[in-house]
Design a protein around this ligand. Structure first.
Ligand code: BG6
Length: 481
């Protein structure tokens, strides 16, 4: 199968930081279909050779094990091409079409790695140029909109040019191996499904913590904030995968229908429940990984009086028979204690304890990063005597060790799926809009609330109010247990 993969925003951060290294890994692993061309499109004039040199230099910033040798890069670079385009010029799209038609690849993937405000204009121009034939797919990077209305507006334009199955909305968390394994754990093993419900589960916690701050992205971040940047998409996608009913098949729409039902079942927020169940925070100076770091208000391109949240913790419920009354806690933030993304399923304690002094219950931890694995916390007797208090022990599974040569990064997986037209890991427009619908009351409540976000020290786990949020239900975050 031949393919052409076109990156709009071909010199941008996302392209060289994430997409090119991911493609290189796919190339190195022999997973890229043969007969592929990768075309980067951007505003300035460059030759193919200059673009290849630009990408080659950028690889110096990629982690060493993922950098190509000169010989490997030379082979990879043969796939790379460059084209100057002014994205408002119809003639430039016609030129692109001629370039693509001259070869007539089986699959054409147009990846919009540009600022999202350009998506409507690019899609309209692609449609006008006839670049929306049945072998064409368009990939849309997040953020898809700023709120429900802007997301709907983008989707209207995209739908007027492409069918739903041609439009691939990326949420790179869905490409993470741990998320694949969540599907495998739930629907490939009979063991957990009978327990996966309110009768056995006390609460579920989803944490996506980052040690990094906003870096040089202060201008983007300050108009976005953690709720839009991480909760509306990544955290909610994880929640849907956890809470969905078993789909009838492994097909994209069977899965996405079930995920949509979860989003529709989330308890809607009101101004009162936002005040009670949502905590927003903003980091102050502190120490992360032994290094002193500045507070958010001192970051580059951040206004000194910004009220942007860099941390969110919230409590919600999925209102259906399976989950009624089970709290789902979501928490994400920048400049927290470290890079740590995990899902913790806290099971209920035994109904009638016979071992004295044992307060723990079983816990399943699905680790997304930095390691990718599973931990099942059990209780066991050390063998120290009768009437002994039980001790917590865990069964650990490290996927990197279990499948050493087969790990595929999130963007690598998603790019390969986009080329092959596998839609399971892409977000459908109705899911995406429903996620916006659910976060809107939070955004609106915050707009009307003059209280600034709660401060927290960089390197901590967020404001104390986040602990109080779960303590109210008699729970604690994993690191406090
Ligand atoms: C992106 C956000 O979607 O995800 C970033 O815009 C965030 O702010 C990043 O840092 C986190 O991704 P990962 O894969 O490093 O956890």
């Amino acid at each position: 199968m031949s393919f052409d993969l076109v990156f709009f925003g071909g010199t941008g951060d996302l392209t060289w930081r994430k997409l090119m290294p991911a493609l290189f890994q796919a190339f190195r692993h022999g997973k890229l279909p043969p007969e592929g061309r990768i075309l980067a499109v951007a505003r300035d004039e460059r030759s193919d050779a200059e673009y290849r040199a630009f990408i080659h230099e950028r690889f110096a910033e990629v982690e060493p094990s993922k950098r190509p040798s000169d010989e490997e890069f030379a082979r990879f670079a043969e796939l790379l091409h460059y084209r100057r385009m002014d994205l408002s010029q119809p003639a430039h799209y016609a030129g692109l079409k001629d370039w693509l038609d001259a070869r007539g690849a089986d699959q054409v993937v147009l990846y919009l790695a540009t600022s999202p405000y350009l998506f409507p204009v690019i899609c309209e121009q692609l449609g006008a140029a006839g670049l929306n034939g049945p072998n064409v797919r368009v990939v849309l990077e997040k953020p898809l909109g700023h709120d429900l209305a802007s997301a709907q507006q983008i989707n209207r334009v995209v739908r007027s040019v492409f069918t739903e199955s041609q439009a691939l909305r990326i949420d790179h968390y869905l490409g993470k191996p741990a998320v694949q394994n969540l599907m495998a754990l739930r629907f490939g093993n009979a063991l957990f499904e009978p327990l996966w419900r309110r009768e056995s589960i006390a609460n579920i916690q989803i944490t996506i913590a980052e040690g990094l701050g906003v870096g040089t992205r202060g201008d983007y971040y300050d108009t976005t904030g953690a709720l839009r940047d991480m909760v509306q998409n990544h955290a909610l996608q994880l929640l849907t995968m956890l809470a969905m009913e078993p789909p009838s098949t492994n097909d994209a729409d069977a899965i996405r229908d079930e995920k949509l039902k979860v989003l529709r079942s989330l308890r809607p927020f009101t101004p009162e429940t936002v005040a009670r169940d949502v905590v927003r925070g903003q980091y102050r100076a502190g120490t992360v990984g032994g290094q002193a770091v500045p507070g958010y208000l001192d970051e580059v391109k951040v206004p000194p009086d910004s009220r942007c949240e860099t941390f969110v913790a919230l409590r919600t419920e999925v209102q259906n028979w399976r989950w009624a009354g089970v709290p789902f806690y979501l928490r994400t933030g920048k400049r927290l204690a470290g890079r740590d993304a995990q899902i913790v399923i806290n099971f209920r304690a035994v109904p009638h304890p016979i071992f004295p002094g044992t307060t723990h219950a079983n816990r399943l931890v699905i680790k997304l990063q930095p390691e990718d694995g599973l931990e099942l916390h059990l209780l066991a007797a050390k063998g120290g005597g009768t009437n002994e208090r039980l001790s917590p022990v865990s069964l650990d599974l490290d996927f990197d060790k279990a499948f050493p040569s087969e790990r595929v990064g999130a963007y690598e997986r998603l790019l390969l799926d986009a080329i092959a037209g596998r839609l399971n890991l892409f977000v459908r427009s109705d899911e995406q809009e429903q996620a916006w619908r659910w976060v809107m009351p939070i955004l609106e409540a915050w707009t009307n609330d003059p209280t600034p976000p709660r401060p927290y020290a960089a390197g901590s786990w967020g404001p104390p109010a986040a602990s109080a949020l779960v303590a109210r239900d008699g729970c604690a975050w994993a690191e406090e247990q």
